[in-house]
Design a protein around this ligand. Structure first.
Ligand SMILES: *Cc1c(COP(=O)(O)O)cnc(C)c1O
Length: 458
Protein backbone atom coordinates (compact mmCIF):
# COMPACT_ATOMS: atom_id res chain seq x y z
CA UNK A 1 0.00 0.00 0.00
CA UNK A 2 1.22 3.45 -0.90
CA UNK A 3 1.75 5.45 2.27
CA UNK A 4 1.91 8.89 0.74
CA UNK A 5 -0.97 9.52 -1.59
CA UNK A 6 0.55 12.57 -3.20
CA UNK A 7 -2.12 12.79 -5.78
CA UNK A 8 -4.96 13.22 -3.33
CA UNK A 9 -3.11 15.89 -1.38
CA UNK A 10 -2.55 17.88 -4.57
CA UNK A 11 -6.15 17.28 -5.56
CA UNK A 12 -7.34 18.72 -2.24
CA UNK A 13 -4.95 21.66 -2.53
CA UNK A 14 -6.33 22.30 -6.02
CA UNK A 15 -9.88 22.38 -4.71
CA UNK A 16 -8.84 24.66 -1.85
CA UNK A 17 -7.18 27.16 -4.17
CA UNK A 18 -10.16 27.08 -6.54
CA UNK A 19 -12.49 27.74 -3.60
CA UNK A 20 -10.42 30.62 -2.29
CA UNK A 21 -10.07 32.16 -5.74
CA UNK A 22 -13.83 32.17 -6.25
CA UNK A 23 -14.52 33.51 -2.76
CA UNK A 24 -14.33 37.26 -3.45
CA UNK A 25 -16.91 37.20 -6.26
CA UNK A 26 -19.28 34.40 -5.30
CA UNK A 27 -22.77 34.86 -3.88
CA UNK A 28 -21.84 35.27 -0.21
CA UNK A 29 -24.69 33.25 1.25
CA UNK A 30 -25.13 29.49 0.87
CA UNK A 31 -27.15 28.57 -2.21
CA UNK A 32 -28.11 24.98 -1.51
CA UNK A 33 -30.88 23.90 0.82
CA UNK A 34 -30.65 21.13 3.36
CA UNK A 35 -32.58 18.82 1.04
CA UNK A 36 -30.30 19.55 -1.89
CA UNK A 37 -27.18 18.88 0.16
CA UNK A 38 -28.65 15.67 1.55
CA UNK A 39 -29.59 14.54 -1.95
CA UNK A 40 -26.03 15.11 -3.11
CA UNK A 41 -24.20 13.54 -0.18
CA UNK A 42 -26.42 10.98 1.54
CA UNK A 43 -25.35 8.04 -0.59
CA UNK A 44 -25.79 4.52 0.75
CA UNK A 45 -22.78 3.74 2.94
CA UNK A 46 -20.93 0.98 1.13
CA UNK A 47 -19.34 -2.18 2.52
CA UNK A 48 -16.19 -1.82 0.48
CA UNK A 49 -15.69 1.92 0.61
CA UNK A 50 -15.04 4.26 -2.27
CA UNK A 51 -11.93 5.69 -3.79
CA UNK A 52 -10.41 8.62 -1.87
CA UNK A 53 -10.59 10.71 -5.04
CA UNK A 54 -14.31 10.15 -5.34
CA UNK A 55 -14.85 11.11 -1.71
CA UNK A 56 -12.85 14.32 -1.97
CA UNK A 57 -14.58 15.19 -5.25
CA UNK A 58 -18.02 14.65 -3.73
CA UNK A 59 -17.35 16.94 -0.78
CA UNK A 60 -15.46 19.61 -2.68
CA UNK A 61 -18.16 19.83 -5.34
CA UNK A 62 -20.72 20.84 -2.73
CA UNK A 63 -18.50 23.47 -1.11
CA UNK A 64 -19.28 26.41 -3.41
CA UNK A 65 -23.03 26.07 -2.89
CA UNK A 66 -23.24 24.49 0.55
CA UNK A 67 -20.85 26.75 2.41
CA UNK A 68 -21.34 30.35 3.38
CA UNK A 69 -18.62 32.63 2.01
CA UNK A 70 -17.81 33.70 5.54
CA UNK A 71 -14.07 33.53 4.87
CA UNK A 72 -14.47 36.12 2.13
CA UNK A 73 -14.22 39.92 2.10
CA UNK A 74 -17.93 40.85 2.14
CA UNK A 75 -19.24 38.65 4.90
CA UNK A 76 -20.25 40.85 7.83
CA UNK A 77 -22.78 38.58 9.51
CA UNK A 78 -21.12 37.62 12.74
CA UNK A 79 -17.66 38.34 14.08
CA UNK A 80 -16.20 35.42 12.21
CA UNK A 81 -12.93 36.68 10.77
CA UNK A 82 -11.31 35.26 7.67
CA UNK A 83 -8.13 33.25 7.55
CA UNK A 84 -4.79 34.75 6.67
CA UNK A 85 -3.11 32.73 3.89
CA UNK A 86 -0.17 31.94 6.19
CA UNK A 87 -2.61 30.59 8.79
CA UNK A 88 -4.45 28.40 6.28
CA UNK A 89 -1.16 27.00 5.01
CA UNK A 90 0.03 26.34 8.55
CA UNK A 91 -3.25 24.62 9.32
CA UNK A 92 -2.72 22.24 6.38
CA UNK A 93 0.65 21.35 7.83
CA UNK A 94 -0.83 20.86 11.30
CA UNK A 95 -3.22 18.28 9.82
CA UNK A 96 -0.38 16.57 7.99
CA UNK A 97 1.77 16.38 11.11
CA UNK A 98 -1.25 15.07 13.08
CA UNK A 99 0.35 15.79 16.43
CA UNK A 100 -1.45 14.99 19.63
CA UNK A 101 -0.60 18.26 21.30
CA UNK A 102 -1.73 17.41 24.83
CA UNK A 103 1.70 16.83 26.33
CA UNK A 104 5.30 17.68 25.49
CA UNK A 105 6.31 14.05 25.20
CA UNK A 106 4.09 13.44 22.19
CA UNK A 107 4.91 16.70 20.44
CA UNK A 108 7.87 18.80 21.54
CA UNK A 109 7.30 21.09 18.56
CA UNK A 110 3.65 21.80 19.40
CA UNK A 111 4.59 22.44 23.01
CA UNK A 112 7.43 24.83 22.24
CA UNK A 113 5.41 26.70 19.62
CA UNK A 114 2.63 27.23 22.20
CA UNK A 115 5.19 28.47 24.72
CA UNK A 116 6.34 31.10 22.24
CA UNK A 117 2.81 31.95 21.06
CA UNK A 118 1.94 32.59 24.72
CA UNK A 119 4.75 35.14 25.05
CA UNK A 120 3.87 36.90 21.81
CA UNK A 121 0.17 37.08 22.70
CA UNK A 122 0.87 38.69 26.05
CA UNK A 123 3.17 41.14 24.25
CA UNK A 124 0.69 42.09 21.50
CA UNK A 125 -2.26 42.30 23.91
CA UNK A 126 -0.07 43.93 26.56
CA UNK A 127 -1.28 41.77 29.44
CA UNK A 128 0.73 40.78 32.54
CA UNK A 129 3.67 38.84 31.15
CA UNK A 130 3.65 36.09 33.77
CA UNK A 131 0.07 35.09 32.86
CA UNK A 132 -0.64 31.57 31.73
CA UNK A 133 -2.29 30.86 28.39
CA UNK A 134 -4.34 27.92 27.15
CA UNK A 135 -5.28 27.30 23.52
CA UNK A 136 -8.87 26.09 23.44
CA UNK A 137 -11.57 25.67 20.82
CA UNK A 138 -13.14 29.10 21.13
CA UNK A 139 -14.56 31.85 23.28
CA UNK A 140 -16.99 29.46 24.91
CA UNK A 141 -14.24 27.19 26.22
CA UNK A 142 -12.02 30.16 27.03
CA UNK A 143 -14.79 31.58 29.24
CA UNK A 144 -15.39 28.14 30.76
CA UNK A 145 -11.70 27.61 31.55
CA UNK A 146 -11.21 31.11 32.94
CA UNK A 147 -14.27 30.76 35.14
CA UNK A 148 -13.07 27.36 36.34
CA UNK A 149 -9.86 29.11 37.43
CA UNK A 150 -11.96 31.88 39.01
CA UNK A 151 -14.02 29.27 40.86
CA UNK A 152 -10.83 27.69 42.20
CA UNK A 153 -9.32 31.07 43.08
CA UNK A 154 -12.21 32.60 45.01
CA UNK A 155 -13.05 29.38 46.85
CA UNK A 156 -9.45 28.76 47.81
CA UNK A 157 -9.43 32.22 49.35
CA UNK A 158 -12.48 31.18 51.33
CA UNK A 159 -10.61 28.11 52.55
CA UNK A 160 -12.27 25.59 50.25
CA UNK A 161 -10.56 23.40 47.65
CA UNK A 162 -13.23 22.96 45.01
CA UNK A 163 -11.14 20.53 42.99
CA UNK A 164 -11.16 18.18 45.97
CA UNK A 165 -14.43 18.97 47.66
CA UNK A 166 -16.68 19.91 44.74
CA UNK A 167 -19.42 22.47 45.14
CA UNK A 168 -21.75 20.60 47.50
CA UNK A 169 -21.01 22.09 50.91
CA UNK A 170 -18.80 24.82 49.46
CA UNK A 171 -19.30 28.46 50.45
CA UNK A 172 -21.82 30.09 48.10
CA UNK A 173 -20.24 32.10 45.30
CA UNK A 174 -21.82 35.28 43.95
CA UNK A 175 -21.45 35.89 40.27
CA UNK A 176 -22.09 39.24 38.68
CA UNK A 177 -22.17 39.92 34.96
CA UNK A 178 -23.46 42.79 32.86
CA UNK A 179 -27.05 42.42 31.68
CA UNK A 180 -25.68 42.03 28.14
CA UNK A 181 -23.09 39.36 28.89
CA UNK A 182 -22.60 36.88 26.07
CA UNK A 183 -24.64 33.67 26.32
CA UNK A 184 -21.45 31.63 26.62
CA UNK A 185 -20.93 33.13 30.09
CA UNK A 186 -24.27 31.58 31.07
CA UNK A 187 -23.34 28.22 29.54
CA UNK A 188 -20.01 28.29 31.34
CA UNK A 189 -21.69 28.95 34.69
CA UNK A 190 -24.07 26.05 34.07
CA UNK A 191 -21.25 23.68 33.18
CA UNK A 192 -19.30 24.75 36.27
CA UNK A 193 -22.15 23.78 38.54
CA UNK A 194 -23.02 27.32 39.59
CA UNK A 195 -26.48 27.38 38.13
CA UNK A 196 -27.97 30.50 36.67
CA UNK A 197 -29.54 31.46 39.98
CA UNK A 198 -26.15 32.41 41.38
CA UNK A 199 -25.83 35.01 38.61
CA UNK A 200 -26.78 38.59 39.31
CA UNK A 201 -26.99 41.03 36.43
CA UNK A 202 -25.60 44.53 36.61
CA UNK A 203 -27.56 47.06 34.56
CA UNK A 204 -26.01 48.26 31.32
CA UNK A 205 -26.04 51.67 29.64
CA UNK A 206 -27.33 52.74 26.23
CA UNK A 207 -24.39 51.09 24.46
CA UNK A 208 -24.58 47.83 26.42
CA UNK A 209 -21.73 48.59 28.85
CA UNK A 210 -21.94 47.44 32.44
CA UNK A 211 -22.64 50.41 34.70
CA UNK A 212 -20.03 50.68 37.45
CA UNK A 213 -22.59 52.14 39.89
CA UNK A 214 -24.84 49.11 39.29
CA UNK A 215 -21.91 46.80 39.99
CA UNK A 216 -21.02 48.69 43.15
CA UNK A 217 -24.64 48.40 44.35
CA UNK A 218 -24.64 44.65 43.80
CA UNK A 219 -21.36 44.12 45.63
CA UNK A 220 -22.06 46.47 48.53
CA UNK A 221 -21.93 44.74 51.90
CA UNK A 222 -21.34 41.27 50.43
CA UNK A 223 -18.70 39.14 52.13
CA UNK A 224 -19.15 36.13 49.88
CA UNK A 225 -16.60 34.87 47.37
CA UNK A 226 -17.42 36.79 44.18
CA UNK A 227 -16.66 36.56 40.49
CA UNK A 228 -17.33 39.56 38.25
CA UNK A 229 -17.64 38.99 34.49
CA UNK A 230 -17.01 42.11 32.44
CA UNK A 231 -17.10 42.35 28.67
CA UNK A 232 -14.86 43.94 26.07
CA UNK A 233 -16.70 43.96 22.76
CA UNK A 234 -20.49 43.77 22.99
CA UNK A 235 -21.65 41.54 20.11
CA UNK A 236 -24.11 44.15 18.94
CA UNK A 237 -22.40 47.48 19.50
CA UNK A 238 -18.74 46.57 20.01
CA UNK A 239 -18.88 48.61 23.24
CA UNK A 240 -16.34 47.88 25.95
CA UNK A 241 -17.24 47.97 29.66
CA UNK A 242 -15.43 50.71 31.64
CA UNK A 243 -12.80 48.21 32.72
CA UNK A 244 -10.60 50.36 34.92
CA UNK A 245 -13.52 51.41 37.10
CA UNK A 246 -14.95 47.91 37.17
CA UNK A 247 -11.57 46.45 38.15
CA UNK A 248 -11.26 48.90 40.99
CA UNK A 249 -14.74 48.10 42.35
CA UNK A 250 -14.30 44.33 41.93
CA UNK A 251 -10.90 44.26 43.62
CA UNK A 252 -12.02 46.53 46.44
CA UNK A 253 -14.47 43.72 47.25
CA UNK A 254 -11.89 40.98 46.84
CA UNK A 255 -13.71 39.69 43.75
CA UNK A 256 -12.14 37.90 40.80
CA UNK A 257 -12.50 39.91 37.60
CA UNK A 258 -12.93 38.00 34.36
CA UNK A 259 -13.15 39.79 31.01
CA UNK A 260 -14.95 38.14 28.10
CA UNK A 261 -13.16 39.80 25.22
CA UNK A 262 -13.67 37.31 22.41
CA UNK A 263 -12.98 39.91 19.76
CA UNK A 264 -12.60 43.17 21.70
CA UNK A 265 -9.29 42.26 23.33
CA UNK A 266 -7.53 42.64 19.97
CA UNK A 267 -8.23 46.35 20.20
CA UNK A 268 -5.28 46.43 22.60
CA UNK A 269 -2.98 45.76 19.67
CA UNK A 270 -3.98 49.11 18.18
CA UNK A 271 -2.57 52.36 19.56
CA UNK A 272 -5.76 54.09 18.37
CA UNK A 273 -8.10 51.69 20.21
CA UNK A 274 -5.93 51.36 23.25
CA UNK A 275 -7.74 53.85 25.47
CA UNK A 276 -11.03 52.03 24.86
CA UNK A 277 -9.52 48.95 26.48
CA UNK A 278 -7.75 50.77 29.24
CA UNK A 279 -7.79 48.81 32.48
CA UNK A 280 -8.20 45.41 30.80
CA UNK A 281 -4.72 44.60 32.11
CA UNK A 282 -6.07 44.76 35.67
CA UNK A 283 -8.31 41.69 35.31
CA UNK A 284 -7.59 38.25 36.73
CA UNK A 285 -8.57 36.32 33.60
CA UNK A 286 -9.43 36.96 29.97
CA UNK A 287 -11.12 35.01 27.20
CA UNK A 288 -10.45 35.78 23.57
CA UNK A 289 -10.56 34.19 20.13
CA UNK A 290 -7.82 33.81 17.56
CA UNK A 291 -10.39 32.57 15.03
CA UNK A 292 -12.14 35.93 15.17
CA UNK A 293 -9.90 38.96 14.84
CA UNK A 294 -6.50 37.31 14.47
CA UNK A 295 -7.92 35.58 11.36
CA UNK A 296 -6.75 32.02 11.85
CA UNK A 297 -8.96 29.07 10.83
CA UNK A 298 -11.50 27.54 13.20
CA UNK A 299 -11.38 26.49 15.90
CA UNK A 300 -9.09 28.59 18.00
CA UNK A 301 -9.79 30.33 21.29
CA UNK A 302 -7.44 31.59 23.97
CA UNK A 303 -7.78 31.67 27.75
CA UNK A 304 -5.41 33.81 29.78
CA UNK A 305 -5.10 33.76 33.58
CA UNK A 306 -3.04 36.20 35.64
CA UNK A 307 -2.06 33.64 38.29
CA UNK A 308 -0.70 30.51 36.59
CA UNK A 309 -0.90 28.49 39.82
CA UNK A 310 -4.66 29.01 40.03
CA UNK A 311 -5.13 28.26 36.33
CA UNK A 312 -3.12 25.09 36.62
CA UNK A 313 -4.87 23.96 39.77
CA UNK A 314 -8.21 24.17 37.97
CA UNK A 315 -7.11 22.30 34.83
CA UNK A 316 -4.17 20.02 35.49
CA UNK A 317 -4.43 16.28 35.20
CA UNK A 318 -1.96 13.98 36.76
CA UNK A 319 -1.44 10.37 35.95
CA UNK A 320 1.71 8.38 36.44
CA UNK A 321 1.96 7.54 32.75
CA UNK A 322 2.08 11.22 31.82
CA UNK A 323 5.16 12.01 33.87
CA UNK A 324 7.59 12.09 30.96
CA UNK A 325 9.25 15.45 31.36
CA UNK A 326 11.68 17.38 33.53
CA UNK A 327 9.16 20.05 34.50
CA UNK A 328 10.41 22.89 32.32
CA UNK A 329 8.40 21.67 29.38
CA UNK A 330 4.90 22.89 28.74
CA UNK A 331 2.16 20.27 28.85
CA UNK A 332 -1.00 21.67 27.34
CA UNK A 333 -3.20 19.47 29.54
CA UNK A 334 -2.30 21.75 32.45
CA UNK A 335 -4.05 24.73 30.88
CA UNK A 336 -7.11 23.48 28.99
CA UNK A 337 -10.00 21.05 29.50
CA UNK A 338 -8.90 18.91 26.52
CA UNK A 339 -6.68 15.89 26.82
CA UNK A 340 -5.75 14.81 23.31
CA UNK A 341 -5.95 17.85 21.12
CA UNK A 342 -5.00 19.61 17.92
CA UNK A 343 -1.94 21.87 17.95
CA UNK A 344 -3.86 25.12 18.04
CA UNK A 345 -0.83 27.20 18.87
CA UNK A 346 0.70 26.69 15.42
CA UNK A 347 -1.63 28.99 13.50
CA UNK A 348 -1.48 31.61 16.24
CA UNK A 349 2.31 31.51 16.09
CA UNK A 350 2.26 31.75 12.28
CA UNK A 351 -0.21 34.65 12.17
CA UNK A 352 1.62 36.67 14.83
CA UNK A 353 5.03 36.03 13.29
CA UNK A 354 3.87 36.92 9.78
CA UNK A 355 1.97 40.05 10.84
CA UNK A 356 4.24 41.40 13.55
CA UNK A 357 2.94 43.93 16.04
CA UNK A 358 2.19 46.53 13.36
CA UNK A 359 0.47 43.97 11.17
CA UNK A 360 -1.98 43.03 13.92
CA UNK A 361 -2.53 46.71 14.62
CA UNK A 362 -3.23 47.40 10.93
CA UNK A 363 -5.67 44.52 10.72
CA UNK A 364 -7.62 45.87 13.69
CA UNK A 365 -7.44 49.49 12.51
CA UNK A 366 -8.55 48.62 8.97
CA UNK A 367 -11.61 46.76 10.25
CA UNK A 368 -12.51 49.65 12.57
CA UNK A 369 -12.10 52.15 9.71
CA UNK A 370 -14.34 50.01 7.49
CA UNK A 371 -17.00 49.95 10.20
CA UNK A 372 -16.91 53.75 10.45
CA UNK A 373 -17.13 53.99 6.65
CA UNK A 374 -20.22 51.78 6.65
CA UNK A 375 -21.83 54.01 9.24
CA UNK A 376 -20.91 57.12 7.25
CA UNK A 377 -22.20 55.91 3.86
CA UNK A 378 -25.37 54.30 5.21
CA UNK A 379 -25.98 57.09 7.71
CA UNK A 380 -26.19 59.68 4.92
CA UNK A 381 -29.41 58.09 3.69
CA UNK A 382 -32.45 59.58 5.43
CA UNK A 383 -34.09 56.14 5.65
CA UNK A 384 -31.21 54.80 7.73
CA UNK A 385 -30.52 55.17 11.42
CA UNK A 386 -27.21 54.12 12.98
CA UNK A 387 -28.08 52.92 16.48
CA UNK A 388 -24.67 52.62 18.13
CA UNK A 389 -21.51 54.63 18.69
CA UNK A 390 -19.11 52.97 16.27
CA UNK A 391 -16.13 52.50 18.59
CA UNK A 392 -14.79 49.25 17.21
CA UNK A 393 -15.81 46.99 14.31
CA UNK A 394 -19.58 46.79 14.88
CA UNK A 395 -22.36 48.85 13.32
CA UNK A 396 -26.06 48.57 14.15
CA UNK A 397 -28.35 49.77 11.41
CA UNK A 398 -32.10 50.31 11.32
CA UNK A 399 -34.22 51.12 8.29
CA UNK A 400 -37.19 53.50 8.25
CA UNK A 401 -37.36 53.19 12.02
CA UNK A 402 -39.46 50.13 11.25
CA UNK A 403 -38.98 46.54 12.46
CA UNK A 404 -40.64 45.00 9.45
CA UNK A 405 -38.72 47.06 6.89
CA UNK A 406 -35.48 46.34 8.75
CA UNK A 407 -36.09 42.59 8.66
CA UNK A 408 -37.15 42.76 5.01
CA UNK A 409 -33.99 44.62 4.05
CA UNK A 410 -31.86 42.00 5.82
CA UNK A 411 -33.63 39.19 3.97
CA UNK A 412 -33.25 40.99 0.63
CA UNK A 413 -29.56 41.64 1.21
CA UNK A 414 -29.00 37.97 2.02
CA UNK A 415 -30.81 36.94 -1.18
CA UNK A 416 -29.03 39.49 -3.33
CA UNK A 417 -25.65 38.04 -2.38
CA UNK A 418 -23.18 40.93 -2.69
CA UNK A 419 -22.64 40.72 1.03
CA UNK A 420 -24.14 38.86 3.98
CA UNK A 421 -25.46 40.39 7.18
CA UNK A 422 -27.60 39.18 10.00
CA UNK A 423 -30.33 40.74 12.07
CA UNK A 424 -30.57 41.25 15.79
CA UNK A 425 -32.88 42.80 18.31
CA UNK A 426 -31.26 45.73 20.06
CA UNK A 427 -32.94 47.25 23.09
CA UNK A 428 -36.33 46.16 21.83
CA UNK A 429 -36.02 47.09 18.15
CA UNK A 430 -34.96 45.15 15.06
CA UNK A 431 -31.57 46.04 13.65
CA UNK A 432 -29.07 44.89 11.06
CA UNK A 433 -25.71 44.06 12.49
CA UNK A 434 -22.51 44.73 10.56
CA UNK A 435 -19.33 43.11 11.89
CA UNK A 436 -16.07 43.75 10.09
CA UNK A 437 -13.32 41.32 11.01
CA UNK A 438 -11.69 40.03 7.83
CA UNK A 439 -8.15 40.93 6.72
CA UNK A 440 -9.18 40.84 3.04
CA UNK A 441 -12.03 43.36 3.18
CA UNK A 442 -11.12 46.41 1.08
CA UNK A 443 -12.51 49.95 0.90
CA UNK A 444 -14.14 48.93 -2.34
CA UNK A 445 -15.85 45.98 -0.66
CA UNK A 446 -17.35 48.37 1.88
CA UNK A 447 -18.63 50.78 -0.77
CA UNK A 448 -20.02 47.94 -2.90
CA UNK A 449 -21.74 46.37 0.11
CA UNK A 450 -23.17 49.65 1.37
CA UNK A 451 -24.57 50.36 -2.11
CA UNK A 452 -26.13 46.90 -2.26
CA UNK A 453 -27.74 47.44 1.14
CA UNK A 454 -29.15 50.81 0.10
CA UNK A 455 -30.57 49.30 -3.11
CA UNK A 456 -32.36 46.72 -0.98
CA UNK A 457 -34.31 49.37 0.95
CA UNK A 458 -36.28 50.29 -2.16
C1 LIG B 1 -17.99 35.16 19.86
C2 LIG B 1 -18.10 35.49 21.29
C3 LIG B 1 -18.08 34.48 22.27
C4 LIG B 1 -18.09 33.03 21.91
O1 LIG B 1 -16.92 32.67 21.24
P1 LIG B 1 -16.87 31.34 20.37
O2 LIG B 1 -15.52 31.37 19.78
O3 LIG B 1 -17.96 31.47 19.36
O4 LIG B 1 -17.09 30.19 21.29
C5 LIG B 1 -18.12 34.86 23.58
N1 LIG B 1 -18.18 36.16 23.95
C6 LIG B 1 -18.21 37.15 23.04
C7 LIG B 1 -18.26 38.57 23.51
C8 LIG B 1 -18.17 36.85 21.68
O5 LIG B 1 -18.16 37.84 20.77
Amino acid sequence: MKIVNEEILHRAAGYAVEYLEALPERHVGARATRDELLAALRVPLTDQGESPDAVIDALAQQAPRGTVGSAGPRYFGFVIGGSLPVAVATDWLVSSWDQNSGIFAVSPLASVVEEIAREWLLDVLDLPRQSSVGFVTGGQMANFTALAAARHGVLRQAGWNVEEGGLAGAPAVDIVAGAEAHVTIHTSLRMLGFGLKSLREAATDGQGRMRPDALADLLRGSKRPTIVCAQAGNVNTGAVDPLREIASIAHEHGAWLHVDAAFGLWGRASRDRRSLLDGAELADSWATDAHKWLNVPFDNGIVIVRDPAVHRAAMTVSAAYLEQTTGAERDSVDWVPDFSRRGRGFTVYAALRALGRRGVENLVDRCCAHARRFAEILGRDPRVKILNDVVLNQVLVRFGDDDKLTRDVIARVQREGTCWLAGTTWHGVAAMRISVSNWSTSDEDVVRSAEAILRCIA
